[in-house]
Design a protein around this ligand. Structure first.
Ligand code: URA
Length: 445
């Protein structure tokens, strides 16, 4: 069937057979099917959707479109985690050392491994790779051979997608980004899972964010994506669970690449742990440990093991190892804490009256960081790792008149008006006390 016929078929809402989808993906990868034809097909999918069978086939075609990670030992358990993303979501960087330390203690070294291929920030949401790269020298552009050596020796790595890793997703994602089709639920599900399945994992934990700062603004869509991801991944043989967690307020005390990594270090060392971050981390870590125990541990038992690890702070060693083994200079990163505060301009947002902090709009905060240069609008944009915001108070906290709510770090004096405007929209202060809501809102099991 010709490209034009395939586009017409989807435009009419008809179902493709596996052979048609294979033709579509193969000819696109070879450059025979043109970008404008694929863009038209993607838009047809955006409006007409894909059936369960079509998604299953497209997912298989995508994850097998390039190299996948080879499994050398059959008895080790490979596990990863994916979040749909939001402001201040730094959990992956905490989970890798925390879960590694728990699993080593419970089952011994090399019994479980975390091969983590992560993404960059786009728009108002940050990305794990950008946060990691705020450690001077840290390399995310590992070759697959380098990554496999780290996985063999350290039991984990954190890296970017290579040219040969799920090329179908790389090419399709760029087109979706340019044609406003990123938020098609079936395309998003196939895109996310194609990378996780190419890692060849046995278990996967998903964090579907709900709220104004989440990728999908409508909570019903967020729930649909989570259900779909779990069903599709299980259909491909991966033991998968998902949580829903709040993204109406930024997660943790800090947003911005360097600041978020500071918070990860402070969290693991026990210096400072924000309530929401602790709750989300413990649930995700617990689920990862539960799956890696091959479900011999219950979620509650697994969470207790993770809490023990946080008490003892042993995982700080694994955290440092994570940076050093990929070329990062942790000592310089620690020095940069001071440099950030002396080099950057700062704006302190103060409360105009006494009361309780009722909301911090995550979307406004993400937009602000992006506009100040801490995020990117196109994949090739560079970012300023020092731009960010540090909250002195979070939702539910009591605040007196003139007390500081947050400090914004920025570069240019003329950005002050923008900061004032965004923060006025971001904060709401109420005269009555606010009940603290849970951060984990539910689970797809
Ligand atoms: N992340 C992905 O990897 N793909 C999407 O489509 C959206 C978010």
């Amino acid at each position: 069937m010709q490209a034009k016929e395939l586009i017409r078929k989807k435009r009419e809402g008809l179902e493709h057979n596996p052979k048609e989808l294979a033709t579509l993906v193969d000819t696109f990868l070879k450059g025979e099917l043109k970008d404008y034809q694929m863009a038209a097909w993607l838009m047809a999918v955006f409006f007409k959707g894909l059936s369960a069978a079509e998604m299953h086939t497209l997912l298989q075609l995508m994850w097998k479109s390039g190299s996948t990670l080879p499994r050398r030992h059959r008895n080790d358990y490979w596990i990863d985690k994916h979040s749909t993303g939001g402001q201040g979501d730094k959990t992956s960087i905490i989970l890798v050392p925390l879960v590694t330390a728990v699993l080593r203690r419970l089952f011994g070294p090399h019994c479980a491994r975390i091969p983590m291929v992560s993404g960059r920030g786009l728009g108002r949401t940050g990305g794990t790779l950008d946060k990691l790269e705020s450690v001077p020298g840290f390399r995310t552009d590992l070759t697959l051979d380098e990554a496999m050596a780290l996985l063999e020796n350290n039991d984990f790595f954190m890296m970017a997608q290579t040219a040969d890793f799920v090329p179908a997703d790389r090419l399709l994602y760029s087109l979706r980004d340019a044609t406003a089709t990123v938020d098609s639920i079936p395309l998003m599900a196939c895109s996310i899972l194609s990378k996780k399945l190419a890692e060849n994992v046995d278990g996967l934990v998903l964090d579907a964010k709900l709220g104004c700062g989440a990728h999908l603004a409508n909570p019903e869509d967020g729930r649909k994506v989570a259900r779909l991801l779990v069903d599709l991944a299980r259909g491909a043989g991966v033991d998968t669970v998902a949580i829903f967690s709040r993204m109406d307020e930024p997660l943790g005390y800090k947003v911005g690449n360097h600041l978020e990594l500071e918070e990860c270090a402070d969290f693991l060392s026990g210096t400072r742990r924000e309530r929401g971050l602790r709750e989300v981390v413990l649930n995700l870590a617990g689920l990862m440990v539960m799956l890696a125990s091959r479900r011999k541990l219950s979620l509650q038992e697994a969470i207790v093991e993770c809490e023990k690890e946080l008490e003892e702070c042993v995982c700080m060693d694994v955290f440092r190892q994570m940076f050093e083994s990929q070329g990062g200079n942790w000592h310089l990163f620690e020095q940069n804490r001071g440099i950030l505060r002396s080099e950057m301009k700062f704006y302190v947002a103060k409360s105009p009256y006494p009361g309780y902090l009722q909301s911090i709009n995550a979307s406004e905060v993400g937009q602000l960081i992006n506009e100040l240069g801490g995020g990117r609008n196109a994949k090739e944009d560079s970012i300023d790792p020092f731009v960010g915001i540090e909250f002195e108070r979070k939702v539910g906290d009591r605040i007196e008149k003139g007390q500081s709510i947050a400090t914004v770090y920025y570069r240019k004096l003329e950005q002050e008006k923008l900061i004032e405007h965004r923060l006025t929209n971001a904060f709401t202060i109420s005269s009555s006390a606010i009940a603290q809501s849970p951060w984990v809102l539910g689970m797809v099991e």
